[in-house]
Design a binder for this molecule. Structure first.
Ligand code: AMZ
Length: 331
């Protein structure tokens, strides 16, 4: 087997059509500095490689968890539309004074991401989060009506009646943030009435839960709140790191790890995704129960290509390579 001199799993360095999309660990060989991984990488064709581990470590691509790529469970990539005054925007670190407006046609934007292969859409009513009142209902209804994929919504869902109304209106899931800390029993009751449809949004600043559009910070540790909902039947916890949100600076893996360890509820990572490598880095904590990632600004800025990212984490890529002899060649 030929050993490539330089090898990378970073698609960006190969260009969109020629990059490695994905790889799985077949085994390890050698000892000490010679220790190497035997990998199957999937480009447009499958290739088997032996890669010195130090090369992967140098590129921060070797971490426990790559093995999870073997499993069929993938990381769900969920594009996000944050709505302010009916428009698609992104805030920098949740600051309402640092707004970038990306589109005044949220329905077209949502349809575009659906067309690119998104399996779920994440909506935030930023006006709702700040004021506690529904402000963008018209556009939210238009988006849910136009899309065939499930849509989840957070921001300003502060009562059982409002949550019920939204769940009856075609939304797949509601996300409860402020209420989760102020009235956790309400979340329990909703979750048992609507299994799989109630999500807790835990937004943290320096590890402490922030509420009301992130204008207020509590003294409650995000991990303690996650623990509180361990047995409540909520479908997921969306864990947002405010310091990285809207910055493209990379996810806060330590915080996510702590959240995933605190509770057996699946964790969806939110905040800081800037590149495909950022998304792939989450696969290292996928075995702990981090099974989704919300991507916002990076999609608008084009630093993440949704179709490429979906392909990179999609389990079918590996299966294709393994089951189709034509696509599995050895170099
Ligand atoms: O960016 C912000 N300032 C912001 C934001 N994105 N404030 C709240 N939210 C989102 C949370 C969660 O999904 O991430 O709104 C939801 C929580 O809203 P509420 O009203 O339940 O606290």
């Amino acid at each position: 087997m030929k050993l490539p001199q330089r090898w990378t799993a970073q698609p960006a360095s190969h260009g969109i059509s020629g990059g490695y999309r994905h790889f799985q660990l077949l085994g390890e060989q050698g000892k000490g500095p010679e220790r190497a991984a035997r990998l199957e990488a999937v480009l447009e064709r499958g290739v088997r490689l032996v890669v010195p581990l130090r090369d992967l470590r140098d590129r921060r691509l070797w971490q426990p968890g790559w093995q999870s790529l073997r499993a069929t469970a993938a990381m769900q990539i969920i594009p996000a539309i944050d709505l302010l005054d009916g428009q698609c925007v992104r805030l920098h670190q949740g600051d309402y004074d640092q707004v970038t407006r990306f589109s005044s046609d949220p329905v077209a934007q949502a349809l575009d991401w659906q067309r690119q292969g998104a399996e779920r859409l994440h909506l935030v009513d930023l006006d709702g989060a700040r004021t506690g009142q529904p402000v963008n209902d018209q556009v939210i209804k238009a988006i849910t009506a136009a899309l065939s994929i499930p849509v989840q919504l957070g921001g300003g869902v502060r009562s059982a009646e409002r949550a019920e109304e939204l769940l009856a209106s075609g939304l797949d899931r509601v996300i409860l943030g402020t209420v989760a800390i102020e009235k956790p029993d309400l979340v329990d009751a909703l979750a048992s009435r609507h299994p799989g449809r109630v999500v807790v949004g835990i937004d943290a600043k320096d590890g402490l839960v922030a509420t009301r559009g992130w204008i207020e910070t509590s003294t409650v540790q995000a991990t303690d709140l996650a623990r509180r909902f361990a047995a409540s039947g909520v479908a997921a916890i969306i864990s947002t790191d405010i310091a990285t949100d809207g910055t493209l600076a990379g996810p806060n893996l330590e915080a996510l790890r702590a959240m995933a360890e605190a509770s057996s509820v699946p964790v969806i990572a939110s905040g800081g995704i800037g590149t495909l490598e950022d998304i792939l880095s989450l696969l290292t904590i996928a075995p702990l129960g981090v099974n989704g990632v919300i991507v916002g600004r990076a999609l608008y800025d084009g630093t993440v290509n949704l179709g490429e990212a979906l392909q990179a984490v999609g389990p079918e890529r590996v299966q294709d390579a393994l089951t189709s002899p034509k696509r599995s060649i050895t170099v």
